[in-house]
Design a protein around this ligand. Structure first.
Ligand code: NI
Length: 138
C-alpha cells in the first residue's frame, strides 16, 4: 500500500454539511475515503477529456428484427476491433437484445465507436460507461 499523507481542508460550514450528508447517504465510513473517490472520479473524467488510454463498456439495446441491423452492428464492431476486449450478448425477450461491449483504448476512438453504434436505426439505447485502466490513479 502506498504511503498516506495528511492535509487539512477548510470549507464553508454549509458545504461541509452537504458533504457529510452525501457521505452518509453513500455509506462512506469517513470523509477521507469519500474525498479520495471524488478526486479519482475527477481524474478519470480528465483521462477521458484528454483522450488518454482508458477502459469502458458500451451497453446496447436493440431490436434484432430490424432489417440489416445485426450486419451493420457487426461491421462497425469489426472496424473497431482493436478497441474491443469482449462482447456479451443477452437475448432480453423475443425481439430485444442487450449487448455489453468491453473496450480499452483511446477515449476519442471509444466515443467514435459509441456514436457510430448509437446512430444506427433500431438501436434503442446506447450507453457508454467510462472508467479507467487504473494505471494512473492510486
Ligand atoms: Ni439476441
Amino acid at each position: 500500500m502506498e504511503k498516506l499523507s495528511r492535509f487539512g481542508v477548510s470549507m464553508e460550514n454549509e458545504l461541509l454539511g452537504l458533504f457529510d450528508a452525501y457521505i452518509k447517504e453513500k455509506n462512506y465510513k469517513n470523509r477521507s475515503e469519500a474525498i479520495r473517490d471524488l478526486i479519482r472520479h475527477s481524474f478519470v473524467k480528465e483521462e477521458w477529456r484528454n483522450n488518454e488510454r482508458v477502459a469502458g463498456a458500451l451497453l446496447l439495446v436493440y431490436d434484432h428484427h430490424m432489417r440489416e441491423l445485426v450486419d451493420k452492428l457487426l461491421d462497425i464492431q469489426h472496424d473497431f476491433q482493436a478497441l474491443i476486449v469482449s462482447v456479451q450478448h443477452i437475448h432480453l425477450d423475443h425481439s430485444h437484445c442487450l449487448e455489453i461491449i468491453v473496450v480499452k483504448g483511446r477515449a476519442g476512438d471509444i466515443r467514435k465507436l459509441h456514436d457510430r453504434l448509437q446512430a444506427l436505426k433500431g438501436v434503442k439505447h446506447a450507453a457508454l460507461s467510462m472508467t479507467t485502466t487504473g494505471k494512473k490513479i492510486g
